[in-house]
Design a protein around this ligand. Structure first.
Ligand code: PMP
Length: 361
């Protein structure tokens, strides 16, 4: 396989090999136009077709209704931590956050710069090992929006339900789970996701926003931070991250060609299921995440001995299973098994874990 390793990185992470090979083939001369997408004017007819197709295919994949805009922005999930409150704190200037990990915490801390932010639920008491169950009555009735982190990349948790928020727009950070499962977009006012896990190389952030939420940024808002500017200009107010958008579009086409999100989700469920089952049955490894809150994308586990964890990560790397270290803030192990990780990669990991367990019993 071209000397390629199984890369369990949390992001940037593996992309479909077939897509990268196609991109490589077209790299210096895209579709016979004599230039690379890297060199191409974003105002060219070729690039306009690329971005239009990317949007059309994403809409198709996720069933995004007409009354939602799809934006291709820069600044990562991190800039959305600011853009969301700047644009959506329009009336009461109140927003409620569910804090389920580091990214959720950062999102809430950023929002506090702009309004009255309440943490309505948090799982920090158990090092974010579960997703709190929240009811509509838990939210402030006059909140401008509710924010959740749908998949928690560092702690390996995932919302198994969509909180009921009534008329209050629900905002979700889907950076580490977008396109891994069919979700009902109409349940959300805004969805955002950095591309660098399930979609493309780093550099583009997808924002899916209901139209009636656009147009409320205060007058002093920096131009780039106003969703309205991007919505009115088809994500081309300024130079977009052209090459990344192109690769994202190729990934969307690839997923569509293979039957859309459902078969991918089936595979993701199977991959994660095998890994969790093995961990739960093993004597050496332990997954600290509550069963109903486990992520399909980020599988966190430990041996309970920090030195043994280090040894595991080093020996796995030598065996071609790379980036299995947990986030630098919590240690342990984390296998990120996004859409592009094949079943064979998960099976190879399980085989390695078995062998390591036998050798270190
Ligand atoms: N949200 C989530 C769920 C993430 O996993 C990350 C990064 N891994 C971020 C936000 C921050 O994204 P970025 O690095 O694109 O700013």
């Amino acid at each position: 396989n071209n000397g390629r390793v199984y890369n369990f990185s949390a992001g940037p992470s593996m992309l479909p090999l077939e897509v990268m090979e196609n991109v490589a083939e077209q790299l210096t001369n895209y579709m016979g136009c004599g230039q690379s997408v890297m060199e191409m004017s974003h105002r060219s007819k070729e690039f306009e077709a690329i971005i239009e197709d990317a949007e059309k295919n994403l809409r198709n994949l996720m069933d995004i209704p007409e009354n939602y805009k799809v934006l291709f922005l820069q600044g990562g999930g991190t800039l959305q931590f600011s853009m969301v409150p700047i644009n959506l704190l329009k009336k009461s200037k109140k927003a409620d956050y569910i804090v389920t990990g580091t990214w959720a915490k950062k999102a809430a801390a950023e929002a506090k710069k702009f309004g009255d932010i309440k943490i309505v639920a948090s799982s920090e008491d158990t090092t974010f090992s579960y997703i709190p169950k929240v009811k509509k009555e838990d939210f402030r009735a006059d909140a401008d929006y509710i924010h959740i982190t749908f998949n928690n990349t560092i702690y390996g948790t995932h919302f198994g339900y969509i909180p009921e928020t009534g008329d209050i727009p629900l905002v979700a950070d889907m950076s580490s789970c977008i396109l891994s499962e069919k979700i009902d977009v109409t349940k959300f006012g805004l969805i955002y996701a950095g591309a660098q896990k399930n979609i493309a190389p780093a550099g583009v952030t997808i924002v899916i926003i209901r139209e009636d939420l656009i147009g409320f940024a205060p007058a002093e808002t920096p131009t780039y931070l106003d969703y309205k500017v991007h919505a009115e200009n088809g994500s081309m107010y300024n130079t977009p991250p052209c090459f990344t958008i192109y690769v994202a579009g190729e990934v969307f086409k690839h997923i569509l060609k293979n039957g859309g999100i459902d078969p991918l989700n089936k595979l993701d469920v199977e991959k994660a299921g095998r890994l969790y089952k093995f961990i739960d049955e093993s004597k050496l490894y332990n997954c600290p995440v509550q069963e109903d809150s486990r992520s399909l994308m980020n599988v966190v586990f430990i041996t309970g001995d920090a030195d043994l964890d280090k040894k595991f990560i080093a020996e796995a790397k030598a065996a071609g299973l790379v980036n299995l270290g947990g986030h630098r803030s919590i240690g342990g192990m984390r296998a990120s098994i996004y859409n592009a990780m094949p079943m064979e990669g998960v099976d190879a990991l399980i085989a390695f874990m078995k062998k390591f367990e036998e050798e270190n019993a």
